[in-house]
Ligand binder design. Structure first.
Ligand code: F6P
Length: 521
């Protein structure tokens, strides 16, 4: 693999994209009769149909050449070997170690980590069991009935998605989430809860995040107002800075650590998932891990041409770079997966929303697409008009679940019929030469991901699929998918503007910003 090979592969992609822009996806099925089966892949319980993407089978070969020339195989090996793949922060990215079966033997930059991971997992399992059984009780001796999970970004989106996807209809423990520093969210979350029966789980990798600390302080005050100092036994913390959590007043045995080699948006597998492990039960959390671990093994071992994360990344990059499409929609046809789009927004846009390579040179081509979406069928009644007849072509990832978790199978069939129909309508369209308003151009690509049932294993595999897909894209673009320097400037400026609003300082600003500050003051 050389830079020259990679450059030639990008040129081949440009040419393939130009050709793809001139032809119809539906037409490819005539030229390639085995297309549907050749471009449908299965692993770790997931089925991925990429046949409605705009690539020909020859184009898939071009994309696989690009993957090889870009060093995907070596990068994948480095990731699993615990090498320092996050160079700007000098860290490995080893979320796979968190969900690997016991005895996996992962090492981060040469230092064994699986032992520590297993010890923390055992502590989480014991804690979850004690809370659920009532062996661990609150300050007044009553069992816990509710958990308030406080965290933001990666310390929120993954656990929120898992809970929404897997929560029982009548959960033994109520689990509520608070992310925003807008006090309205905490107020809503605390409404109706009894402090004597509530655990407050503060989750922050750094334990310095403004939103999370503000909410954690307010929740601690809420507990103390009702229960006094003894209420600190209701505090739980999850952090890679456990000293800071202890300093906050969290009892030693309720501080759960994780490590700097776990990126925030890849952290739900660590103790960041503790609230879910307690509220869903340990078995479900373990099964989630098992599903992700199965996808890890597949990603690590499967040849590139049968590798789901690699192929999904290549399909997305074909659209992004071959066809210049800057937006992608994600539409899960499962109400329980309605939080998949916001989860993927952070995973993909924080990981790959970069304009310089890992060694600081400008990336010569567009990187991450913007991601948006909502559950189907709801999205059909909101933004699908634009997907079908708008001026931009927006590729869609459709995620469907064959067998529903609950409710009427007839309604589930209607849901699935819509999922399949939308993919068909997007690609085939409907020519109405005499009625421009009713004409559907078609030729709009989609991927179709099918889960058999929305069980923890399948959800774990689905999330791990997108994690690795995001990594592969980062490798193709030559960027570091594991840092997020772009979120820092806003944080710094917010701290200065807070001083201005509170009258503690008069910092200089541009005239527009200054006017807004004055209006608010
Ligand atoms: O938004 C920036 C970010 O650093 C995310 O990457 C992270 O998931 C989130 O803030 C929360 O950070 P922490 O877990 O340290 O509170």
């Amino acid at each position: 693999m050389t830079d020259t090979d990679a450059a030639a592969s990008w040129r081949a992609l440009d040419a393939a994209g130009e050709a793809a822009a001139q032809r119809s996806i539906a037409g490819l099925f005539e030229a390639e009769p085995d297309r549907a089966s050749r471009l449908t892949f299965e692993a770790a319980g997931l089925v991925l149909d990429l046949s409605k993407q705009p690539w020909s089978q020859a184009d898939v070969g071009t994309m696989l050449d690009l993957a090889r020339a870009s060093g995907v195989e070596a990068a994948r090996a480095a990731l699993f070997a615990g090498e320092v793949v996050n160079r700007s922060e000098g860290r490995p990215a080893l979320h796979m170690a968190l969900r690997a079966p016991e005895g996996a033997g992962f090492a981060a930059a040469g230092v064994p980590v699986s032992g520590e991971v297993e010890t923390t997992r055992a502590k989480m399992k014991a804690f979850a069991g004690e809370v659920r059984s009532g062996a661990r009780r609150g300050a007044t001796g009553r069992p816990f009935k509710a958990i308030v999970h406080i965290g933001i970004g990666g310390s929120d989106l993954g656990p929120r998605l898992i809970w929404e996807a897997l929560r029982p209809l009548e959960p033994a423990l109520d689990l509520r989430f608070v992310a925003n520093v807008d006090p309205a969210e905490l107020a809503q979350a605390l409404t109706g809860l009894d402090p004597a029966e509530t655990l407050v789980v503060t989750v922050s990798k750094t334990f310095t995040t403004l939103e999370t600390l503000t909410n954690a302080e307010a929740a601690r005050a809420w507990l103390r107002a009702a229960l006094g100092e003894a209420s600190d036994s209701h505090l739980v913390a999850v952090s890679a800075a456990p000293d800071k959590a202890r300093g906050f007043g969290v009892p030693e045995d309720q501080v759960f650590a994780f490590w700097d080699w776990v990126g925030g948006r890849y952290s739900l597998w660590s103790a960041v998932g503790l609230s879910c492990a307690v509220a869903l039960g340990w078995e479900a959390f373990e099964a989630l891990h098992a599903g992700a671990a199965a996808m890890d093994v597949h990603f690590r071992d499967a040849a590139l041409d049968a590798n789901l994360p690699v192929l999904l990344a290549l399909a997305h990059v074909f659209n992004r770079n071959g066809l210049g499409r800057p937006i992608r929609a994600v539409v899960p046809y499962a109400q329980r997966l309605r939080l998949l789009p916001p989860f993927l927004q952070q995973l993909e846009m924080e990981s790959n929303g970069k304009r310089v390579t890992a060694d600081g040179r400008p990336v010569p081509r567009p990187t991450a697409a913007s991601v948006f979406g909502d559950a189907g069928t709801n999205g059909q009644h909101a933004f699908f008009q634009l997907l079908h007849q708008g001026t931009d072509v927006i590729p869609v990832d459709i995620v469907a679940v064959r067998q529903g978790s609950e409710g009427d199978p007839a309604a589930q069939r209607k849901l699935l019929a819509n999922a399949v129909a939308q993919a068909e309508a997007l690609m085939v369209g409907r020519a109405m030469p005499d009625d421009a308003q009713r004409d559907f151009p078609g030729n709009r690509p989609s991927s179709f991901l099918l889960l058999d049932r929305l069980i923890p294993q399948a959800l774990g595999a689905l999330i791990a699929l997108y994690e690795h897909k995001t990594f592969v894209e980062g490798v193709l673009w030559g960027i570091n998918s594991f840092d997020q320097w772009g979120v820092e400037l806003g944080k710094t400026l917010a701290a200065r503007i807070l001083e201005d609003l509170e009258g503690a300082a008069q910092n200089p600003h541009d005239p527009s910003t200054q006017a807004l500050i004055e209006r608010l003051r």
